[in-house]
Design a protein around this ligand. Structure first.
Ligand code: GH3
Ligand code: MG
Ligand code: MG
Length: 417
């Protein structure tokens, strides 16, 4: 087999990969598929035209062919930038521009060996840009990205070796100067190219898997964790905790009279209330743990707390913020309240089912005691958190009533022990 046949095989393979990527783009509409597909087609057609020296006019098989093959490498870099959701930089034209600039020089234009060296030098620059983009992209230190970069690194080396050999041995055509060592070099480069394509498709798969995983644990309306995501979060918090002590709190929140809100303002407005409440809940417990939607108008938060008072404070902050901030939907100001049940457990021995059923029991007590309140469940008891904003404490200044609230919570803590 001679080098020209090798080029033709490579041209056919690259074009096929290009068409496959285009068809993937057709179904998924992710721009990087189109860019990579076009890159492979450019590269394939370019290399194919180089192989047709003599059949095609020289300008096509030299100038246009080499620039196309190099533009293909630039498009791979551009596709990688799109893959990482970055803006495509004009820098991706550099490999082609290097070749065009070199061809403006008379001695390069007229010498086969200089042209070969120029092409491979420009290709090395393109491959180095690809490596830089992969390693400095999102999640740049991942195993797959490093494998990909290493495979492209072999392309850099082989291109540089070809460029240096072309300058030293000054061949006058593709057939001249081809010996076993150049075939070995080409074979290694081709194998590494295939490995690069395989690790590239692994990158795509990993991205798709991560997207699916995220979808599986996300509530589409509020973008919060869903029930499954909250369960994962519980196990993560339990595993991630170092040390023997500490408490885990599960706060279960259920909007009051939500059916009526839907009936009065419409389901769409109900949805908007859920989204607004999601924001209030997230803001109130930010930095402590996770806030998610269990389903319907039920939410939950899981977090590390130092004591029962801390958990009750977060719950009360959510409850009072919601109460004093009617939710605006269109021209309506919708008053919404929430009832809350809290359960606590030592992190080491925390059991999710027990926490859920205790919080549920507490929530039930909060509902049956008039709603718009927080209750704390213990193993065999439920206590309503004395509220700063309820009728029996309304005449007391806020500061004083908060002090009362903390004192009452301390009593509850003492009973719980
Ligand atoms: P309670 O104070 O006892 O909690 O009364 P409630 O009306 O909030 O409770 P109930 O469980 O009877 O009703 C919950 C309602 O929530 C019924 C359902 O139509 C509504 N709902 C559930 N999911 C959604 C949703 O995604 N969007 C909207 N708009 N409404 C929902
Ligand atoms: Mg409910
Ligand atoms: Mg409800």
């Amino acid at each position: 087999m001679d080098i020209v046949t090798g080029f033709m095989i490579w041209a056919a393979e690259a074009s096929t990969i290009g068409v496959l990527l285009w068809s993937r783009w057709f179904y998924e509409r992710q721009p990087f598929y189109f860019t990579w597909g076009t890159g492979f087609i450019f590269h394939g057609v370019g290399v194919g035209m180089v192989a047709m020296r003599g059949t095609l006019p020289d300008f096509v098989s030299i100038e246009i062919a080499n620039v196309m093959a190099l533009a293909g490498i630039g498009l791979w870099v551009a596709g990688m930038m799109q893959f990482d959701r970055k803006r495509v930089e004009p820098l991706v034209a550099i490999p082609s521009l290097i070749f065009i600039a070199g061809m403006l020089l008379e001695p390069v234009r007229t010498s086969f060996s200089f042209r070969v060296a120029l092409f491979h030098g420009a290709a090395s620059v393109g491959y180095l840009m690809l490596i830089a983009t992969v390693l400095w992209g999102e999640n740049g230190r991942s195993q797959t990205r490093r494998v990909f970069a290493a495979c492209v690194g072999v392309q850099v080396l082989s291109s540089m070796i070809v460029a240096i050999f072309a300058l030293i041995s000054q061949p006058q055509s593709f057939s001249a100067g081809t010996d076993n060592s150049s075939f070995v070099l080409l074979l290694i480069a081709a194998l590494c190219f295939i490995a690069a394509i395989m690790s590239g498709s692994k990158l795509i798969n990993e991205r798709n898997e991560a997207k699916l995983k995220l979808l599986a644990v996300t509530d589409p309306l509020t973008n919060l964790l869903n029930r499954r995501g909250l369960i994962d979060e519980f196990h993560m918090l339990k595993r991630g905790h170092s040390g023997d002590s500490g408490l885990l709190a599960l706060i279960h929140l259920d909007l009051d009279g939500f059916k009526q809100i839907n009936d009065l303002y419409g389901h769409q407005s109900g949805d908007e209330v859920l989204v607004a409440f999601a924001k209030i809940g997230t803001a109130a417990q930010r930095g402590r743990g996770s806030f998610g939607r269990m389903g319907g108008e039920e939410f939950a938060s899981i977090m590390y707390v130092a004591n029962m008072i801390e958990a009750a404070s977060v719950a009360e902050a959510i409850r009072t913020t919601l109460k004093h901030q009617p939710i605006t939907v269109g021209e309506h100001q919708i008053p919404v309240t929430v009832s809350i049940g809290i359960a606590l457990a030592e992190i080491r021995s925390a059991n999710l089912d027990t926490l859920l059923s205790t919080a549920d029991r507490a929530l039930y007590v909060a509902k049956t005691n008039g709603r718009d309140r927080t209750a704390i469940g213990t193993e065999n008891d439920v206590s309503i958190v004395p509220a700063v904003d309820h009728a029996d404490t309304q005449d007391v200044p806020v500061q004083a009533s908060m002090t009362q609230q903390v004192a009452a919570l301390r009593r509850i803590v003492a009973i719980g022990k």
